[in-house]
Design a protein around this ligand. Structure first.
Ligand code: TXA
Ligand code: MG
Length: 336
């Protein structure tokens, strides 16, 4: 199959593909998603096949309005969910709720009695869903285990020939996936940190738990996706937490005489040797979140053996960045 690249004047073509049961990658404010008709199990199955994703890992149901959610979700959750929707939708918050009986197929929910809903803040994709008239499932549009795509060319690299089209809307704004909050438990619980933070959520619904940092491999994670290897480039990523440690880390890795990449703010890159492959994270943890996945992909393409990556251990709004970086590094930190 030839994968077509579409622009924002070709939304109807994307709608036609999806209505035909085919797969179309779509832009969001976080990362690109891999879209299929959420009401067609055959189409949804193909999403797992294209990504190489384990089939027990449920998908996010993307909607173009809160009303669309209530055709599927348990309406008892309306009062609580609507407070979140009013404050954060369209935007990078995914809300997990119990669904109405048989409202969505097991291909979407992974066999759970809940589903994840999100209204992305991207004009092209809101238009796509609205024109289609039904929700679109969409995991991130990368090969399972690889860094999520923040550019259409990342999607093309991973999925060309496997999907009908990519709707190209340029680089995504935020660069890390949405915050996932589970409302189906006694205390609403953050399953995946994102740019909408614990503090943001507390202000709106009062009581929130944040469990993401406690998930261990041997536990059964509440977000099935959290147990799999994630965001991992072929190179070994090493997190350098203290900026003061960079000079020592740089000289130790330079001595190894293998290709080394460095992923850090401009300030640190200025002091890295010529021989290092460099990728800029900009100036702070917000720009770092935006460029992390692109940086991992770019340095991988340069075939480096190690990537020294800046940690931002104490940064405000840094939970999402740290969570993704930790996974891409398999928790490996530089130790003096
Ligand atoms: O920003 C985003 O959320 C992007 C864009 C494309 O919208 N999507 C995304 O999808 O990151 P995905 O499939 O890569 O991540 C969805 C996460 C997974 O960890 C999955 O296990 C979890 O949400 N999830 C989905 N449905 C769930 C459910 N019913 N219960 C618990 N976790 C669920
Ligand atoms: Mg993903």
């Amino acid at each position: 199959m030839e994968t077509e690249i579409l622009n924002d004047s070709q939304i109807q073509e994307a709608v036609n593909f999806i209505a035909d049961g085919q797969l179309v990658a779509f832009p969001t404010e976080t990362v690109y998603g891999l879209g299929a008709d959420a009401t067609r199990p055959d189409a949804v199955k193909n999403v797992y096949a294209a990504k190489g994703r384990p089939s027990d890992n449920p998908l996010i149901v993307h909607v173009s309005s809160p009303e669309m959610v209530w055709q599927y979700a348990d309406n008892n959750y309306k009062p609580l969910a609507e407070r979140l929707m009013k404050s954060f939708w369209p935007g990078p918050l995914t809300i997990i709720m119990p669904i109405q009986k048989n409202a969505l197929s097991k291909e979407v929910t992974g066999g759970l009695s809940t589903a994840a809903f999100r209204m992305p803040n991207n004009k092209v994709t809101l238009d796509l869903i609205e024109k289609f008239g039904k929700p679109i499932v969409g995991p991130s549009a990368n090969t399972s285990g690889k860094p999520s795509p923040t550019l259409a060319k990342h999607v093309y690299h991973d999925l060309k020939g496997k999907i009908a089209a990519i709707l190209d809307d340029g680089p995504t704004l935020l660069g890390v996936e949405s915050t996932v909050i589970d409302l189906s438990v006694d205390v609403p619980t953050i399953l995946r940190p994102g740019m909408i933070t614990y503090d943001d959520l507390i202000k709106v619904i009062g009581n929130v738990r944040s469990d993401h940092h406690k998930v261990k491999d041997e536990e059964i994670p509440k977000a099935p996706g959290m147990k799999y290897k994630h965001y991992a480039p072929s190179a070994q990523v090493i997190i350098v937490d203290a900026t003061n440690d960079f000079p020592k880390a740089i000289s130790e890795y330079q001595d190894m005489k293998v290709p080394i990449g460095i992923l850090a703010t401009d300030e640190i890159l200025q002091k890295a040797p010529e021989s290092f492959r460099k990728f800029s994270l900009g100036k702070d943890v917000i720009s770092a979140s935006k460029y992390l996945f692109a940086g991992l992909r770019s340095l991988d393409a340069e075939k480096v053996t190690y990537i020294l990556a800046q940690g931002f251990p104490d940064a405000d709004h840094g939970d999402a960045y740290r969570n993704r970086l930790n996974k891409s590094a398999g928790q490996k930190h530089y130790e003096k």
